[in-house]
Design a binder for this molecule. Structure first.
Ligand SMILES: *[C@@H]1O[C@H](CO)[C@@H](O)[C@H](O)[C@H]1NC(C)=O
Ligand SMILES: *[C@@H]1O[C@H](CO)[C@@H](O)[C@H](O)[C@H]1NC(C)=O
Ligand SMILES: *[C@@H]1O[C@H](CO)[C@@H](O)[C@H](O)[C@H]1NC(C)=O
Ligand SMILES: *[C@@H]1O[C@H](CO)[C@@H](O)[C@H](O)[C@H]1NC(C)=O
Ligand SMILES: *[C@@H]1O[C@H](CO)[C@@H](O)[C@H](O)[C@H]1NC(C)=O
Ligand SMILES: *[C@@H]1O[C@H](CO)[C@@H](O)[C@H](O)[C@H]1NC(C)=O
Ligand SMILES: *[C@@H]1O[C@H](CO)[C@@H](O)[C@H](O)[C@H]1NC(C)=O
Length: 440
């Protein structure tokens, strides 16, 4: 029994206990430990083409058939030898309830395995327009997986062909495209035939804009981690950066990164990933491309750390304020600091340059359910990875500073619950596999 000398003490105790019970309930509900209770740490992207998205009854059991959690295989499938598949054949693969077409349209340039760094990323129809600006920011190949069920696929392919034939030459030179659709909702067209279609670049509005996509009208979830893994496994370079399509990199990262690695020698190949800090800028400014430009915008309060107003902790890294003061000489790229992804950085969802040796993303987690990258970072923590932060390479979210949208949160709630349940399973399995580490 605990005795408090004064009445006020027991009131305080009562408040404290009540607060903790509420907090615990909240944590059970959101499966997130004690950070900013009203602000879950995940991106809230609205789909521009659909102001009202309704997620109705989704039967989740169908999305977990890709393997029971205990037998889940975290290693990536080996790269297929592309020269053994005839040029006009589609390289199809079934993953759980989805069909993947690897390398549906390939980049014309293909640098050697140690000559570049591949940016691997993913999209749905409503994010495709980021492909071209992204390409212009990245001085190397891009491996891009697009999820598009049924009739959406035809529209996606049309837009890709249009970008390749009528857009900036970068798209044709550097982007390799992979397609993903539900086994239940295959396309109705001959994908081999439309691959070679010629687009009339002079004709405007050839591709009608969609009111509602097939995906939206059927309330299909976005299997984002399948897309992430597919883009990654198709990287033809040793180093790769698994990123999001609306994060525009600063300029000349690949060449500067390879210089840095060359100077580091063998140590660069230890269990290390190289993190790029992420920023967002206000709608009215162009994404900065150098650190000097970035710092100017920050001084003018036109740029902030990513998710500053949604989940500041998700992007907080050690020495963040010093990072903002440091500009390297001669525009070289260096390691700013090296850390571990351990407490208090357990909400950190960094984007980094790594390889295909890092754990893959769990394919049962959906984009709608959030926290889709968190278990991958947790696994890296158990594997005791070093996390090095680069001093002058960074990413900028496509303009517009993000705030939480209540409506969107509500619609995603059922999916968040599902992801949380799976997340719990994954953590349990990972602890079994590697032994638990309280610091993770
Ligand atoms: C959900 O899907 C699974 C597998 O497709 C099926 O066995 C089950 O009956 C479905 N449940 C509901 C409630 O529709
Ligand atoms: C995991 O998958 C890889 C690639 O598909 C395969 O080579 C490996 O044997 C699998 N491991 C287990 C334990 O199933
Ligand atoms: C890929 O296949 C071709 C033709 O069969 C063969 O010559 C080449 O050595 C293979 N490459 C690898 C990496 O297996
Ligand atoms: C790429 O670099 C690694 C590490 O330095 C080396 O082991 C490998 O042989 C290189 N591969 C090629 C094709 O140059
Ligand atoms: C495309 O890739 C090449 C070679 O990998 C690279 O030199 C170039 O900077 C990339 N980007 C553009 C816009 O061409
Ligand atoms: C990095 O690699 C070197 C040589 O391969 C090794 O001596 C060193 O212990 C490694 N460092 C870490 C942190 O694993
Ligand atoms: C920067 O570049 C100049 C000219 O190439 C060189 O003299 C100087 O040593 C470089 N400084 C550093 C710190 O590398």
């Amino acid at each position: 029994m605990i005795y408090f000398p004064r009445q006020i003490g027991s009131h305080l105790l009562l408040c404290f206990v009540t607060f903790n019970i509420l907090l615990a309930m909240f944590n059970m509900f959101t499966f997130r430990v004690s950070f900013q209770p009203s602000q879950p740490c995940s991106a809230v992207y609205m789909f521009p083409s659909t102001p009202v998205v309704t997620y109705t009854t989704t039967n989740f059991t169908q999305y977990v058939t890709s393997g029971s959690s205990s037998s889940f295989n975290h290693s990536l499938p080996l790269l297929k030898n592309s020269s053994t598949v005839a040029k006009d054949q589609l390289k199809m693969e079934v993953r759980g309830n989805y069909v993947v077409i690897n390398n549906y349209l390939s980049a014309e340039l293909s640098p050697g395995v140690n000559e570049s760094v591949t940016l691997t990323t993913q999209a749905t129809l409503s994010f495709l327009h980021h492909a071209e600006p992204l390409c212009k920011h990245w001085d190397g190949p891009i491996s891009l997986a697009v999820y598009a069920p049924n009739s959406d696929l035809l529209i996606v392919i049309d837009r890709i062909l249009q970008m390749r034939q009528c857009g900036h030459h970068c798209v044709k030179h550097n982007i390799t495209w992979h397609l993903i659709y539900d086994t239940r909702f295959p396309p109705e067209n001959d994908l081999k035939k439309i691959r070679t279609k010629i687009i009339d670049c002079e004709a405007h509005d050839k591709i009608p804009s969609l009111r509602t996509s097939f995906r939206e009208s059927h309330s299909l979830v976005y299997p984002i981690n399948i897309a992430r893994n597919v883009a990654r496994q198709n990287s033809a370079t040793y180093f790769l950066m698994a990123s999001d399509i609306e994060l525009y990199p600063s300029l000349n990262i690949v060449s500067r990164f390879l210089n840095m690695i060359a100077k580091m020698g063998k140590d660069a190949y230890n269990k290390t990933v190289y993190v790029l800090p992420i920023f967002e800028v206000s709608k009215t400014v162009k994404p900065p491309t150098t650190k000097t430009e970035l710092l100017n915008l920050i001084n003018k309060k036109k740029a902030v750390f990513f998710h500053k107003f949604i989940c500041d902790l998700c992007q907080r890294f050690p020495g963040r304020d010093q990072w903002l003061k440091h500009v390297p000489v001669n525009n070289t790229l260096n390691i700013f600091t090296t850390t571990k992804r351990q407490h208090p950085l357990t909400s950190w969802e960094p984007i980094y340059i790594g390889t295909n040796r890092e754990p893959s993303y769990d394919e049962r987690l959906t984009w709608e359910g959030k926290q889709d990258k968190m278990s991958q970072m947790y696994e890296m923590c158990l594997l005791d990875y070093d996390i090095s932060i680069l001093d002058s390479a960074f990413l900028v979210h496509a303009p517009g500073i993000k705030t939480i949208k209540n409506m969107d949160q509500k619609q995603r709630l059922p999916h968040i619950r599902k992801n949380n349940a799976i997340h719990k399973e994954i953590l349990k399995d990972l602890k079994k596999k590697y032994g638990s580490n309280p610091k993770c």
